[in-house]
Ligand binder design. Structure first.
Ligand code: TXE
Length: 478
């Protein structure tokens, strides 16, 4: 077990005030490591360091910023197998998914290396004679990054890379479950040529470390991904002091299957979207809304496909579904299985804890047939649990799809161009998929949702500049 996961504050590796063990959800007997937990004083020191480094980093050349980010991206890509192995052990997604996530993180840094060079402004003619108007983007300042555990490399990457690319400094707090991934990413960043204080890592609790970031008047912007309850609370606190906030808070994403869909393709979209990454994705397809004409055939095919999924150790050969990330998340998932049954939904397959060769948080993916008002069809479960809902026709399916407080991603399976176009236009979500799973997105285009799923500007792609920069309008008279 590695015992050197320290925090990185003002260019130095610091031991914490306490330590904690990072578990391996595939094998509770083989923990990943012991890591340092910071307290409020250490977090404040990291924030002060980021604030002091702010001017120096903001005025570096785009070339220097591009070089730093490119180096980080190159190293992540070169070490994607090793980082994937760490991610699989710490978070529990399969090795193939974990290596894919590491590669995604590397590509994100590479993308934003290019964006540092491409940052441009606009020139306007003034309405007054002899005056020129320039509109440029400047860094926001100090960015607090509060990350979740489900994508412990990719989500921090898509927050840290644009923050640094546009000239901000960073205080990064990983989720408590995944300190080793946060540390591994930070260790690579620490050797990439940033000035001391431009990037800081503080592992620790949300209540202490996270709250200190939210409360600090020196933090100009907060980018958060996590639960709705925490996000909304954070927003209120940050709003009081006028900090800029970007929130990604999950979803209850519908996948609509119309009567004319290629049923095998639709089943594959459902399996991937609902169960891969153990269902622990904010874009997971947890509501499968199926037109009556193909409902029973779809359920029969999906039941067999779900039953055949191989649950096991994240590093195991042939594993398709790794363990749930934590005991509390497993308990939450199993609690929802009971809720579904008690409310009268039919559990078609799965839904029980599973024993594997090593002790871990394993569960068989669960498929329900239920009704739109059931809690399992309305609340984010964040596990391998999906519910099929019958729709009378395409219009009914669209209405059901939009009948949710969330609006992150939505999908439709159809062979009709007319229906695909209609659903793309009318699905109330930030991202829409046609004949694709709702989960699984590109790294160079905007990511984010509507309604209760998100708040503030989009993440990723060049749209990320909206959050990580502030606009300056300059008037010049010759
Ligand atoms: O989230 P939290 P948790 C959902 C999912 C899951 C549930 C709970 O339904 O079951 O949330 O997960 C930090 N001030 N999603 O408990 O608590 C915390 O330390 C500042 C959806 O992990 O919201 C962590 O770094 N920060 C999701 C981060 O917030 C605070 C991804 C998220 O933790 C804080 C993850 C505070 N007061 C969970 N309290 C998605 N949208 O993809 C906690 N934190």
């Amino acid at each position: 077990m590695q015992s050197s996961f320290r925090n990185y504050i003002n260019g130095r590796w610091e031991t914490g005030v306490t330590t904690a063990i990072s578990e391996n959800p595939s094998d509770l007997g083989s923990p990943v490591g012991e890591y340092a937990r910071a307290d409020v004083a250490q977090t404040d020191a990291a924030i002060r360091a980021a604030s002091q480094a702010s001017a120096a980093w903001a005025f570096t050349t785009p070339q220097r910023r591009a070089d730093v980010l490119d180096q980080v991206g190159s190293e992540i890509l070169a070490r994607k197998e090793e980082l994937g192995d760490l991610l699989a052990r710490e978070e529990g997604k399969t090795l193939a998914e974990s290596i894919g996530e590491a590669a995604r993180a590397g590509n994100i840094f590479k993308f934003f290396a290019g964006e540092a060079l491409r940052a441009a402004g606009e020139k306007f003619a003034s309405v007054r004679p002899g005056i020129e108007v320039d509109v440029t983007r400047e860094p926001l300042g100090v960015i607090g990054i509060i990350a979740p555990w489900n994508f412990p490399l990719a989500i921090p990457a898509w927050k840290i890379a644009p923050a640094l690319a546009y000239g901000n400094t960073v205080v990064f707090k990983p989720a408590e479950l995944v300190p080793a991934c946060g540390w591994a990413l930070s260790e690579i960043i620490s050797r990439a040529g940033l000035p001391a204080g431009a990037f800081n890592l503080v592992n620790g609790s949300g209540r202490q470390v996270g709250q200190a970031i939210v409360d600090s008047p020196l933090v100009d912007g907060i980018s958060f991904t996590g639960s709705q309850a925490t996000g909304v609370q954070l927003l209120k606190t940050a709003a009081e002091r006028g900090a800029k906030v970007q929130l990604e808070m999950g979803g209850k994403n519908p996948l609509v299957v119309l009567a004319d869909a290629d049923l095998d393709q639709a089943v594959e979209c459902a399996v991937q979207g609902a169960f891969f990454s153990t269902g622990q994705r904010c874009t997971a397809s947890s509501r499968l809304i199926v037109e009556a004409a193909v409902h029973d055939a779809f359920v029969a095919k999906l039941r067999e496909r779900t039953r055949a999924l191989k649950v096991g150790h994240a590093l195991g050969r042939g594993t398709e579904i790794g363990p749930v990330a934590s005991r509390s998340q497993l308990e939450q998932n199993l609690g929802y299985i009971e809720i579904g049954r008690n409310e009268g939904a039919e559990l078609v397959v799965g839904g029980a804890a599973v024993e594997c060769a090593t002790p871990g948080h394993y569960m068989a993916p669960a498929l329900f047939v239920g009704a739109p008002q059931h809690r399992i069809a309305r609340e984010e479960i964040f596990g391998p649990v999906a519910v099929v809902i019958r729709a009378d026709d395409a219009d009914h399916a669209l209405a059901l799809a939009n009948d949710t407080p969330y609006g992150l991603c939505a999908g439709v399976c159809t062979r009709s161009l007319k229906q695909a176009t209609h659903f793309k236009r009318h699905l109330q979500a930030g991202m829409v998929m046609v004949n694709l799973p709702t989960a699984g997105v590109d790294y160079h285009v905007p990511f984010g949702g509507r309604k209760a799923s998100s708040h503030g500007p989009r993440e990723q792609g060049r749209y990320a500049a909206e959050f990580y920069t502030t606009v300056k309008t300059a008037y010049t008279s010759a």
